[in-house]
Design a protein around this ligand. Structure first.
Ligand code: FPP
Length: 302
């Protein structure tokens, strides 16, 4: 599938047990649009190791309601301001050449548990956002896609989404994926249903199921897993977001509310990511022991 080849390889081949700066390229940025960053963004970008940028950043955009509440505004104005952050952060991502940016825009739980008036407003906002920003996506070479049970969204919203995806389909820069009517558990249910159907069709016994098979049936089959998961507004939760895919993601939580989040804050999160040591269940270089040492350790009876 388009985009799967080199990016999946880069993410999977990062050596285990090495810190980011020693790991070799996770993904190397194209520097061609760095001059379009603001002076403040360029100053942060200058501190980054450009051969070790995350390939896929996923964001839980939280805090729209609190942003509005703290200004004695109605909640919907927080969402409206949040939509501006979506565009600005996407443009910074595209300027640094980030291949994959995936934003949690509307969860299944939001759809079921928020007042109808708020859900209807979010749907209208999404439509208007797409109408108003597709040209900017074209100018920034951004491709728009979606994950989630999008077939359950109102027809006119689905039509607008399809239009935006088709219009931007041939862009080759950042892929902006909006998670809409999305839930991590329901994604896994959908993947199991489609995998079970495939197994039955091909008469394959369940013992032969591998992780790669499950991955192939997720909404995100064509993407590498996120390297970095950002959550705004200080909550320490993953909220049913990309549950399978974030197994080894670095998590960065900021107190900043989503409507105040800008490209510079994305770059700060990337700087923090680059200070982490990613071990993928392995060990860092300095703490390994030899076979001989392991053999001579006395294990006390417990
Ligand atoms: C959380 O804020 C955010 C959402 C429910 C959805 C995110 C929506 C946007 C950023 C705006 C629309 C997006 C697009 C793509 C047009 P919250 O209401 O849960 O905030 P709170 O926890 O402070 O109440």
């Amino acid at each position: 599938m388009r985009g799967a080849g080199p990016s999946k390889r880069a993410a999977r081949d990062a050596p285990i047990g090495k810190s980011c700066h020693k790991a070799g390229p996770l993904y190397s940025a194209s520097t061609s649009r760095i001059h379009e960053l603001s002076a403040e963004e360029r100053a942060v970008y200058a501190t980054l190791k450009t051969d070790c940028l995350p390939e896929h950043v996923a964001i839980i955009m939280d805090g729209n309601g609190r942003w509005a509440g703290s200004r004695s505004l109605k909640r919907f104005l927080g969402h409206q301001q949040g939509a501006k952050s979506v565009q600005l952060v996407t443009e910074t991502a595209s300027r640094i050449g980030l291949p994959w940016l995936t934003l949690y825009a509307f969860s299944l739980e939001n759809n079921l548990r928020r007042p109808r008036a708020e859900v209807n407003f979010l749907m209208r906002l999404l439509k208007i956002y797409l109408e108003n920003n597709v040209q900017r996506m074209m100018d920034n070479n951004v491709r728009i896609r979606y994950i989630g049970r999008t077939h359950e969204l109102p027809r006119e919203v689905q039509d607008k989404m399809a239009w935006a995806a088709e219009t931007t389909e041939r862009n080759t820069g950042t892929t902006l994926t909006l998670a809409l009517n999305y839930g991590g558990r329901s994604e896994i249910v959908d993947a199991f249903r489609s995998l079970a159907a495939e197994l039955a069709r091909k008469h394959i016994p369940p013992e032969r199921i591998t992780e790669a098979d499950i991955n192939r049936h997720l909404y995100t089959a064509h993407m590498p897993d996120p390297d970095l998961l950002i959550r705004t507004s200080g909550e320490m939760r993953v909220s049913n977001y990309l549950l399978w895919q974030i197994a080894y993601a670095e998590i960065y939580v900021t107190d900043r509310l989503w409507p105040d989040f800008r490209g510079i804050h994305l770059l700060e999160a990337v700087a923090d990511f680059q200070r982490r040591e990613r071990r993928f269940g392995g060990l860092s270089d300095s703490v390994g022991i030899t076979d001989e040492e392991a053999e001579h350790v006395n294990i006390a009876a417990s």
